[in-house]
Design a protein around this ligand. Sequence first.
Ligand code: 3HC
Length: 312
Amino acid sequence: ADEARQTHFDAVIDADGKIEPRDWMPDAYRKTLVRQISQHAHSEVVGMLPEGNWISRAPSLKRKTILIAKVQDEAGHGLYLYSAAETLGTSRDQMLEGLHSGKAKYSSIFNYPTLNWADVGVIGWLVDGAAIMNQIPLCRCSYGPYARAMIRVCKEESFHQRQGYEGLLVMMQRGTAEQKAMVQDAVNRTWWKCLAMFGPPDADSPNSAQGMRWGIKRISNDDLRQKFVDATVPQAEVLGVTLPDPDLKWNEARGHHDYGQIDWDEFWATVNGHGPCNKERLATRVKAHEQGRWVRDAALAHAAKQQQRQQK
Ligand code: 3HC
């Protein structure tokens, strides 16, 4: 019977159809999706921390309001994604246990510090810009709940990218020399880390071939990285900042920009827990979870009471 189910599953994938939670799916497909969606959810949740540090230090009421809304959106993205992963039969508690014990991965980019206000703008422009580049193709992912969650996530992410860019434009066009230098400094520190967000080169990416075959991944790590570089260069020109790569130049023959070498040793060290802020991020996350325990307990007690009342 499994053979017939596998044939049906393959036919749906080949026809670019959607797999839904109640459909039969190979164990490895389920496992890969739980891995990717939970890592993605963790990234959204840990991604609140570097910017959250600036809520109390935003330079104006307007910027503070925008930043609070944006950080809240990231929490919402985490929640949709945990829900999408739960449809595959893994509980949120299990996923959170993976994150809090340091076993689960989340995006490397959130393990670097945010040293000045321009980092908030650069996170919007470059980090969210890279995230959108990676996430638009996920709206066509073969697993229905993930694909549908990504549509709303991408719309909100696009607003985040624009608010970051606009914040930087104000600093570059109307700011003091110090403010302009802050923007350039933040770009210098973040550029290479953003290129690494797309994951290892295709040749060193163990999950890519199968992910592409299953229609989970639609565009490869390197192709997305290239698209991001090509899209960002003209934006940097308008902004008036330099991207910190002496090898970055237009290649007429390829019709793309060439760019320099990413430091993959540094990337893997960060992914494996040894980046500058890994410990701090996890500790903050675990503390927030513990401090929220009474809210979860109260919600559960309330739900139990409601249920009891309904049964009477
Ligand atoms: N940071 C941390 N780990 C990374 C990574 C990164 N930037 N890039 C790759 N990895 C990990 C992979 O998770 C994988 O680990 P595992 O096998 O132990 O699970 C390993 O490195 C090998 O990489 P592969 O290329 O083989 O893995 P994938 O095929 O899963 O591709 C991916 C990696 C492109 C990140 C893919 O998982 C993906 O598209 N994920 C969904 C999007 C996502 O998670 N984005 C994170 C950023 S979201 C965000 O930034 C929030 C926003 O609000 C700012």
